[in-house]
Design a protein around this ligand. Structure first.
Ligand code: FAD
Length: 379
């Protein structure tokens, strides 16, 4: 067993750490305030070849792996959660299903522009009445000659304003009295397709979260992603990979909160000495450091299993659940260590707390992760 990162992974860590500190972190407070999407940052990431990290070079990807994806996501999230979620969704929700289930033609047509950064990646699963119970999908795709005509709506979809196309789930018929759910690739400029970007969120303010309305949207049947009726299974597989991204985001945000808390505890003096000299502060920081270490190790284990082609559903759920919960705890403690200053936006730790909360909700809530793990351990 070897816990060292490979040379390639170390290089990616170094490159992304420098980029995150120099380019991503400086504008994070302002973007959180103005809700400005970090488009310029993503242009630079595209130039660096980071937009298709785990995908094959044949489609313009970097031909790297899930561990590299986790490292990039962690470093971006450490500097700015909004940039982190944009990247994570782009790869693991947008690119991954095309890579896993697309035909060669679909990969060249739809995955290649995601790898080059020409299009952002997005995935439309959640609906007003179908969240945790995603099988409750109501969006319908009805056959009409060589086309599907799609009607329905999706909520909380990341990146759709900047995507040229995205896969959505829809009911394509009934089989044995059950809904037949399929995934269909829809161009966002299709007639009848509307992307609405006006949510007021708690955090991740510079990320793009949208509502999609589909009114008689006509797409060719050739846009079916994978086999008809396998949309439900496909999104379960997609979400397994996505959870590694959320875990990596959580580690990045927790690391940022810890770094700020450690630095502040050495600077701030009360009762004639730095906070870091009080044992209670030391114990808080020790617990924070331990939790981050455990979470990162679990994220890397899940990513490694995926890269080895081994089952990783349980580990992906565990890393997502654990990392997101400790990110909230660590961010909360970082605010506490900063006292009143921690409550002020300037010190950034309150943003980490707001951003981290989404990680306990998106891509399967903590309750759903516990259900997945319980199933996996044979309950
Ligand atoms: C910022 C943001 C970005 C997102 N991005 C995307 C995206 O790109 N694509 C996409 O498709 N979706 C996206 N989502 C949607 C997200 O995945 C859902 O919000 C999430 O899965 C929860 O669904 P819900 O909001 O409908 O909550 P609900 O399913 O209504 O859950 C409400 C509460 O009930 C609990 N609950 C539900 N069922 C059970 C049960 N059986 N047992 C116990 N407790 C239960 C939940 O854990 C939760 O606490 C995003 C959401 C947000 C906020």
């Amino acid at each position: 067993m070897n816990f060292d990162l490979s040379q390639e992974h170390q290089m990616i860590r170094k490159t992304m750490k420098e980029f995150a500190d120099k380019v991503v972190a400086p504008g994070a407070i302002e973007r959180d305030r103005t809700k400005a999407f970090p488009k310029e940052i993503f242009k630079q990431l595209a130039d660096m070849g980071m937009m298709g990290v785990p995908f094959s070079e044949e489609y313009g990807g970097a031909g790297s792996d899930t561990i590299s994806f986790a490292i990039v996501t962690e470093e971006l999230s450490r500097a700015c959660g909004s940039t982190g979620i944009t990247y994570s969704a782009h790869i693991s929700l947008g690119g991954a299903p095309l890579n896993l289930f697309g035909t060669e033609e679909q990969k060249h047509k739809y995955l290649a522009p995601i790898c080059s950064g020409e299009s952002f990646g997005a995935f439309g699963l959640t609906e007003p009445n179908a969240g945790s119970d995603a099988g409750g999908t109501q969006t319908r795709a009805v056959e009409d000659g060589d086309d599907f005509i799609i009607n329905g709506s999706k909520v909380y979809i990341t990146n759709a304003s900047y995507a040229k196309h995205l896969a959505i789930t829809a009911i394509t018929g009934m089989k044995d009295g059950k809904k037949e759910i399929s995934a269909i690739i829809v161009p966002t400029d299709a007639e009848g397709f509307t992307v609405i970007d006006n949510y007021e969120k708690m955090g991740l303010n510079a990320s793009n979260t949208t509502e999609l309305v589909l009114e008689n949207v006509r797409v060719p049947k050739a846009n079916l992603l994978g086999k008809r009726g396998e949309g439900f299974q496909q999104f379960l597989i997609t979400l397994d990979g996505g959870r590694i991204g959320i875990g990596a985001m959580a580690v990045g945000i927790a690391q940022a909160a810890f770094d700020k808390a450690l630095r502040y505890s050495k600077e701030r003096q009360q009762f004639g000495k730095p906070l870091a000299h009080f044992q209670i502060t030391q114990f808080k920081l020790a617990d924070m450091a331990m939790k981050i270490e455990l979470a990162r190790t679990m994220v890397h284990k899940a990513a490694w299993l995926k890269d080895q082609g081994q089952p990783f559903t349980k580990e992906a759920s565990m890393c997502k659940l654990y990392a997101s919960e400790i990110a909230m705890q660590v961010a909360d403690q970082a605010v506490q260590i900063h006292g009143g200053y921690g409550y002020m936006k300037e010190y950034e730790v309150e943003r980490y707390m707001r951003d981290a909360k989404l990680l306990e909700i998106g891509e399967g809530t903590s309750e759903i992760q516990r259900m997945v793990i319980a199933r996996q351990i044979g309950c």
